[in-house]
Design a protein around this ligand. Structure first.
Ligand code: COA
Length: 338
């Protein structure tokens, strides 16, 4: 391995703590068999999913984020008043506005901080994380709370078997702070958006183009619309293309990684990418069977799984990769410093 750590303009940034939260209610494949023409066997073989979590009707994404954020801050041993910025990756905010970040600030009791939401489909957490890392690197902030969360079950049509089996609800939060002397933390990232793919995965109703009316609801425009095979092909191609470019320009290969933490959309997309990178399956984190696709929640939830399984340790080189609606693609190389 000949990792060449690219210099940053200011100081280096790292993740210092992690917290996650999933709501307790579960939808099993057997539950879905009662709702649509599907089977546990089809869902398991085609996606790898067995169960997904569902947020209680009285709660919103800001509640999940707040729970994850509180656990994250407790893990770091600091209070909410120390947080300087809150960034939330989500496409299922509580409402159009105010932002989820504002709601989280109030719910966790953070003091004088600022923040905003990032809308990038399932890549939301990765882009939010990069924004937070840049704020720390450029020296303007030292404690950025980055959340990734989605309540996809709220936007899912439970009469459409092609989408309802895929999605679940979940959240995670990390704290980004300056790296100490000798630590590396964030190393590099390669990202891309391709708006021509917007028609393959979208929620057409409820925005300024098609504000909610009886007609938009009758036409089910408030639900997730997806061309599954088109998304699948793009995801397999781009996830591999961008991660290869990222590793190559940093002088390493898949075998040098301690851990690959990908977005969890479909087990077959993950294994296809890992195979192309030549990664040992042991180092690829997969928890889709438990949670399904929680969009911006998947990567922090997979970080938690990696830690629980003893696969993510201080000093490991870690690759994060996500593809989402937009299309959006995000990849990050970092050294785990916790
Ligand atoms: C959605 C997805 C699982 C479908 O798998 P696929 O192998 O591409 O399957 P297809 O869509 O080609 O459908 C194959 C058949 O299964 C059927 N089918 C689709 N969903 C089904 C379900 N839940 N249960 C049973 N059969 C189903 C289709 O109707 C089709 O039947 P037909 O051959 O009679 O027309 C897959 O395309 C996928 O994962 N796409 C990416 C989704 C994604 O990642 N989204 C989020 C991006 S962040």
């Amino acid at each position: 391995m000949s990792l060449t750590v690219r210099p940053v303009v200011g100081r280096r940034a790292k993740i210092t703590a992690l917290g996650t939260y999933v709501p307790p209610d579960i939808i099993t494949n057997q539950d879905l068999e009662k709702m649509v023409e599907t089977s546990d066997q089809w869902i398991t073989e085609r996606t790898g999913i067995k169960t997904r979590h569902k947020l209680a009707p009285s709660l919103g994404v800001s509640d999940m984020c707040s729970e994850a954020a509180k656990k994250c801050l407790a893990a770091r041993g600091i209070g909410p008043e120390e947080v300087e910025v809150i960034i939330v990756g989500t496409v299922t905010p509580d409402m159009m506005y105010p932002s989820t970040a504002s709601l989280v600030q109030n719910k966790i009791g953070a003091g004088r901080c600022w923040g905003f939401d990032v809308s990038a489909g399932c890549t939301g957490f990765v882009y939010a994380l990069l924004a937070g890392a840049k704020m720390v690197e450029n020296g303007t902030h030292s404690k950025v709370l980055v959340c990734g969360a989605d309540a996809n079950t709220r936007m899912t049509d439970y009469t459409d078997r092609t989408t309802c089996v895929l999605f679940g609800d979940g959240s995670g939060a990390v704290l980004v702070e300056p790296a100490a002397a000798g630590e590396i933390g964030f190393i590099d990232s390669v990202n891309e958006i391709d708006g021509s793919g917007g028609v393959s995965l979208y929620m057409p109703g409820g925005g300024s183009l098609h504000p909610s009316t009886h007609e938009t609801v009758d036409k089910k425009m408030h639900y997730i619309h997806q061309d599954g095979p088109a998304v699948y092909k793009f995801a397999v191609r781009k996830m591999a293309e961008l991660t290869e470019a990222l590793l190559e320009r940093n002088g390493i290969g898949g075998k040098d990684l301690g851990c690959f933490i990908p977005h969890q959309a479909n087990k077959r997309i993950i294994t296809a990418t890992a195979e192309r990178l030549g990664m040992c399956p042991d180092r690829v984190i997969i928890n889709i069977e438990k949670y399904g696709n929680t969009s911006s929640g998947t990567i922090p939830l997979a970080m938690e799984t990696a830690i629980e399984e003893g696969k993510l340790k201080k000093g490991d080189l870690v690759l994060l990769a996500a593809v989402g609606a937009g299309f959006t693609v995000g990849t990050v190389l970092l050294r785990w410093e916790i």
